[in-house]
Each structure stands twice: as structure tokens, then as C-alpha cells.
Design a protein around this ligand. Sequence first.
Ligand SMILES: Cc1ncc(COP(=O)(O)O)c(C=O)c1O
Length: 464
Amino acid sequence: MKALKNLEQIRKQDNESWLHPWESMTDVGAANRTVVQRAEGIHVYDEKGNRLIDGPGGMWCMQIGYGRQEMADAIAQQIMQVPYMNPFSLTSEPSARLAAKLAELAPGDLNHVFLTTGGSTAVDTALRFVHFYNNVKGRPNKKHIISRASAYHGSTYLCSLVTGKDRDRNWFDIGSPTVHFLPSVNPSRRPAGMSVEAFADEKVRDLEQKILELGAENVGAFIAEPIQSSGGVIVPPNGYLRRCWELCRKYEVLYISDEVVTGFGRLGHWFASKDVFGIEPDLITSAKGLTSGYLPLGACLISDRVFAEVSGRRARGATFGHGFTYSGHPVCSVAALKSIEIIEREGILEHVRELGPYFQSRLQELRDIPIVFDVRGMGLVGCVECSVKSIAEDSLAFDSDLGARIDRHCHELGLMVRPIVNQCVFSPPLVITKQEVDQMMDALREGIVRTMHDIEQELGITIA
Ligand SMILES: Cc1ncc(COP(=O)(O)O)c(C=O)c1O
């Protein structure tokens, strides 16, 4: 593919005018981001025409792969038929059909669907529903929310309140007396000598103690990603989520399962809550893979059990006064329906269940590189965490930049990485083949090794 002709102009406009998400305000205006000029299958093409494997799958959202003609056709047709309808007073065929389809795919009795514009608005909806629910039930104090360290739940004000990543909270006035964080559930960071089972017991105890400390009558909800994704792909210990869910049932605390990343096939199932972790949450939030990233859309699913308690006669005349101009957008709904149809028709969930263990085993092989500190993952999501801290005492600064260094080398090797500080996270398009996983892992290995050699040179040491 050819290099972009108008690269300079795009760069100038981008650098000077677009304030990107998570922009470094120190370097703003000089980012010179990769310009994606085309995308097909699992690949994106940069401004020079280089073909790269999309390791992060967009932002954990590219399930069916890029360049699907039938997605374009379905979207275009809907635009010509009904490009928009007012969801406050009207409905449309694709929006209604999508709600019914999500209710069908969701576990248990999660049959009520609030359609939103993305993941943050889905989580916001879930949290506001918890407030609404307890107000209608006459329990105005039952509003405390329990979240966890390293959680990421989105960027609205309410979502950021329950986000437990320190880096994301810095420089904002984030904090609420009704939001509480439990310590990290990362088994790789458990105290030396502690078994994973004992660690799981401790983490479950953390939740119960927090509920008891606040008083169950004051706790509205527990919110948890099945796998903490942008917190570094933290897979909780076996049985942990199920036991937390049982505690929530015991203390009448609503369980919000944030499946914005884990839904729609990332772990080989439509939703991971029940099929992978054995829980039937009260609320599930979803976005990203719902449309395979082709158009923005999110959903908050609510169980019959909970819904029944605040609807009909039990609503006490209340209105759920919450919604967006683009709730249930017909064009986005069509994109979701088409993406789901493709996942079903092509057996993509089965493909992920088959390929996931191979992807994970190839990732684990990277452990033999001396700067690889930890490797984690499940299904088609994974993380390689690197560190030179323990190797060279004065090298702390390298750690903060390791992900970006690896990304630069990998880019030259035809792989796009999502660097998060000293971690590289991966969630490739779900249609990736075994051969492409091999290409990806070979490039990643080489990128990490080259980074290690750079550091050896800079520090004048040998890392063995
Ligand atoms: C678990 C989780 N929840 C919520 C969100 C927010 O979604 P969005 O960026 O679509 O608002 C994200 C985004 O990465 C996420 O990973």
C-alpha cells in the first residue's frame, strides 16, 4: 500500500487541534501518532503503507475483523431507511430486535436492555439504576458502591469515581464518600509464600469485611470486570467471582458485571459472567465488541428479578429519568445485529474457544526472556508485563517506558501493541488464525528482545 500523500496536513491538524483521550499534556502537539489509512481482516495500514497486525484489536473491540462488506451494506441501507429516531417516544425495528436479541443471548433472567452510546454510558446507566432502584424501594441509604483497585469502568464522572487506576485519577477531583475500593486481586502480586487459594480466600474476605464495615443496609452494589482489562489483564483466582456474587446475594447487594471487554466472544462466549465464571449478575454492561467497533453502542442489561421490584405497581409512580439522544440508535443497532449474525454464522465463539489456549501458550513462552516479569490472560486477551527494576537498581525510569519501547520495535516488525506503562496488552480480532498468532508472537518476542538489547547498551550491562 502507498504512503499517504497528505500526511503532513493530517499530522498538523491532528497535533494542533485534536485533544486525544489520555493525552500527555506535556507533549501535546508533538505526538505524531500513527495514521491508520486502511484496515482489512486483522491488519491495519499505517501512513507509510506498512501492514501491521492489530494486536489490541482497536481498543478490545474488533471482533469480526475489518473491511466487512456486509457490515457496510447493512449500515448504508439502514441510513437510507431510518437514520435516526427519537428513542424517548418512538422505536425502530432494529433497536427493538437488538434489545430482544441481547436478552436472548444474556445469561439467566437478564431480559431488560437499556441501549447506550458506549461502555461508559452503559456503566453510568448501571450505577444510576442502582440509585434509582434503592430510592424506589425506599432505601435511600443503600447507595455505597464497592469497586476494586485497578478497575477501569469508563470516563464519565460517575464511571471515573468507581475506576481504581491511580494513573487515571491523578489531576482530577475524583473521590466520593460512597465509593470504596478493595485491594488488587492480582494473584501474581500475592504475598510471598501465600497459595493462590489462600489469596482467593483473602480477597473474598476483603469484600465481606467491607460490606459489614459499611453495613449491608448501606451497600447498593459491587461492580467488577470479570477480567480487569486496562488494569493489566488481571485474571482473578478460581472461584473468586462466584464467591463474591454469592456474598452479594447474601447481603442484598446488586452485582454489576462490567463485560465491556469480556463480552461478545473475547473469552469464547457471548457473555463471560455465567459461561466462564458461573455467576448470574443483576446487571451486565456491554459495549465495544457489541458492534465489533464498527459503530458506537453500549448496553446495560437488567435482570427480571431486580426490574420487577421497581416496575409496575412497585414503581410508586417513578420514571427512570435517564437516557441519551442516541439511545438505541437504529444504525448502530443494525451494526450490532449484523456483527452478531456474523459471529454466529462463522462460529467465531467456537473458534476463540479452540484458539484461546494456543494463544495463551504462545504468550507464556515469552517468560524465558529475562525482562518478562509476568504473563497473564484468558481466551483472546493477554498481557506481557516487563521490568528491569530487579535487574538494574537504577533503572526504574526504564520500566515506565518499557511498553512504548516494545511497541516501537514491534511496529517495525509488523505488529501493533497497546502499551500500558511497562505492560503490553493484546486482544486481537477474534478471527485471527493460528498462523497469524504465530506471526504475532514471533514479532512480539523479537520486539521485547530488541528492547532488552537497547537497555543493555544504554546501561552498559548484560541482562541474562
Ligand atoms: C471494562 C470497561 N468498562 C467500561 C469502559 C468504557 O467504555 P467506553 O470507552 O466505550 O466508554 C471500558 C473501556 O475501555 C472498559 O474496559
